[in-house]
Design a protein around this ligand. Structure first.
Ligand SMILES: Cc1ncc(COP(=O)(O)O)c(C=O)c1O
Length: 438
């Protein structure tokens, strides 16, 4: 990018940042106070933003309200977990029922967990399922099951893949806080030849892959890539684990259903707990037998809250009565139309919107080439200042978008708010046209 353009971005960024500071004094004060008890005032890294994060006070329906009394349309959607919106009446009723009639922490199995399990199995084509408290845990246990089944240890994963707090891959290697630092083979996303070669290598237990890399910028897999992985794993006796933590909402039968593929195991989380902490892993009965306590060969899978009554009731109610397969399909259709309008609005600029259905991400690509179909985040460099500038401006327009550009729509968001966002993006493009055109 030319030097004067960089300078102009820098000036616009400084102005937007100053406005952010001026508009959010209470958030700033709360953050300063928080630094005295939390490192950097933070207990969830993704939510830290410089100079300080906006602190939310409450949320209702499709909106969130900050401590500075600004109400935003929630486009963060709790990174896909807030699909049902805030205080959805069906979820509220299920939770109230537990609090008033069922009780929490009963220290026993319940018939509700069985009902919920059955619903998940039917919906996502699983022979058996197990519950956890997070998507991270679901992936950790799925890997354990795959290792036990194959008696091998190595796992093929993909650069920019994210499977949980201790399962992230960047720069071609596992993140410094990852478990099992030596057991990963990190391959470029959507590179089937490299993936096949890795799968055919020595000592490989599993492939762990997202149908769309969510954290990695909503980069969607190609059809050939996932079906190729399915074929290669079947041939090599390697367990194919599809991480559906973010993508299970993408159709009435998840991403696998949408693509017509049949992974050996799938992992889940996010909205499936009805907005409460949740994770699950499921798939082939012979692999899931790792957790069958009747078998002498089984391993323990513990977790105090695995079958807690709040989550089994709220999660079930959400799936059964709110996010039915028909609603899932039509929400994805609605998201796709929105995404198409955004893509149209930024045509010919260095902004690219990627994603699928109701989950998407904006990118601000360095260089001069127009990139429409991004298949790997490795192929681009982003202009972080422009990305920031967009974030500041969308906040000003009343949209709670993540700093990194990730958007996960909330079910009850009115069409008028989606249309207004497209207009806001068009206005951004027109305001900064000379910095954005290729
Ligand atoms: C694809 C994917 N897998 C796993 C996880 C981890 O889920 P959790 O945050 O519930 O541990 C995430 C979280 O963002 C995710 O996006």
């Amino acid at each position: 990018m030319a030097e004067d353009a960089s300078q102009r971005i820098s000036i616009a960024h400084n102005e937007a940042r100053a406005l952010y500071v001026a508009r959010n004094p209470r958030s700033q004060a709360i953050h300063q106070d928080a630094t005295r008890s939390l490192p950097g005032g933070n207990t969830r890294t993704v939510l830290y933003t410089d100079p300080f994060p906006i602190c939310m006070k409450s949320a209702k329906g499709y909106q969130v309200t900050s401590e500075d009394d600004k109400t935003y349309t929630d486009f963060t959607g709790e990174f896909t977990a807030a699909l049902y919106g805030h205080s959805n009446p069906v979820i509220l009723e299920a939770i109230n029922n537990v609090l008033q009639n069922v009780g929490m922490n009963v220290g026993a199995t319940t018939s509700q967990e069985q009902l919920f399990a059955k619903e998940l199995c039917q919906r996502f084509d699983l022979e058996r399922v197990r519950f956890t408290n997070s998507g991270t845990e679901a992936n950790l246990h799925a890997l354990t099951a795959a290792r036990l089944f194959t008696k091998k240890r190595k796992v093929v994963v993909f650069n920019r893949g994210y499977h949980g707090g201790v399962l992230g891959f960047k720069g071609g290697k596992p993140a410094p806080n990852n478990v099992d630092p030596n057991d990963w083979i990190v391959v470029k996303y959507n590179d089937l030849d490299a993936a096949t070669k890795a799968i055919e290598g020595e000592g490989v237990a599993a492939v762990l892959v997202e149908g769309m890399q969510g954290n990695g910028g909503c980069i969607v897999s190609t059809e050939e890539f996932l079906s190729g992985i399915q074929n290669a794993t079947a041939k090599a006796g390697v367990v194919f684990i599809l991480d559906e933590v973010m993508t299970s909402r993408i159709s009435g039968s998840g991403f696998a259903g949408l693509r017509g593929i049949k992974p050996d195991l799938k992992t889940f989380g996010k909205y499936l707990g009805g907005g409460l902490a949740f994770g699950a892993l499921g798939g082939r009965a012979d692999i899931m037998a790792a957790f069958d306590p009747r078998l002498s060969t089984s391993i323990s899978h513990s977790g105090t809250f695995n079958n807690n009554t709040l989550v089994t009731h709220a999660g079930y109610a959400g799936l059964k009565h709110v996010y039915t397969p028909e609603v899932a399909d039509s929400f994805t259709e609605r998201g796709s139309q929105f995404l198409a309008k955004l893509q149209e609005a930024v045509k010919g600029t260095r902004i690219v919107f990627t994603g699928l259905g109701s989950v998407m991400c904006s990118h601000f690509v360095e260089g001069t080439a127009e990139i429409r179909d991004l298949v790997s985040a490795d192929d681009i460099q982003e202009n972080e200042l422009l990305k920031d500038l967009f974030w500041f401006e969308m906040l000003e327009q009343g949209y709670w978008v993540t700093r990194r550009g990730f958007i996960a729509l909330v079910l009850e968001t009115p069409q008028s708010e989606l249309d207004r966002f497209v207009d806001a993006v068009r206005a951004f493009v027109s305001k900064y046209r000379e910095l954005l055109v290729l």
